[in-house]
Design a binder for this molecule. Sequence first.
Ligand code: IMP
Ligand code: MG
Length: 179
Amino acid sequence: MQFDERQFRKFLSEQDISDLLDDIAAAINKDFGMNDKVLLVGVLKGAIVVTADLVRRLHSDVDVDFVRCTAHGKSLSGSGTISILRDISVDVRNRHVIIVEEIIDSGRTLKFLYDRIKSANPLSLKIATLLDKSSKRVVKIDADYVGKVVDDQFLIGYGLDLEERCRNLPEVYALKYPN
Ligand code: IMP
Ligand code: MG
């Protein structure tokens, strides 16, 4: 077992996740037609799973790319500067870009990415996230497509890692007793 089952409880089943993704995809498919050129930008590593599941639900002319960031001097409060470890390689100027996250916490990573992609002049720029810890936000940034707003708790599975493990769990689990 990759994690101690006594410490975690099941938070979202595969069906729950699928339902949330259906809702997100329906909203995106409403905003973008079959001929719109959409680019999904998944934020590595956590968003690989949600990006793969979301892209298969979209009806547009869609391309996929990935970006990887790193936070330097990250303290427990998550402060520090962010830089790019792996950049996207697609020209965004003729694309409607949707940044895809599995979860938004402080919003720092996303704000950094949003501003960076925006400065490259995409046709439009939106944010989709499966989960949103909206109460944890320290910078002003909101997602356009949100699966579910969640309380501040530690979650693993479906891309979310426990020290780089557990990303492969098909469900999401929540830590029962923090600390
Ligand atoms: P932010 O810049 O603070 O919004 O960082 C968000 C990133 O932190 C997410 O994309 C995840 O990779 C990671 N993260 C936030 N909350 C959790 C969690 O509960 N479990 C695992 N990773 C998390
Ligand atoms: Mg992430």
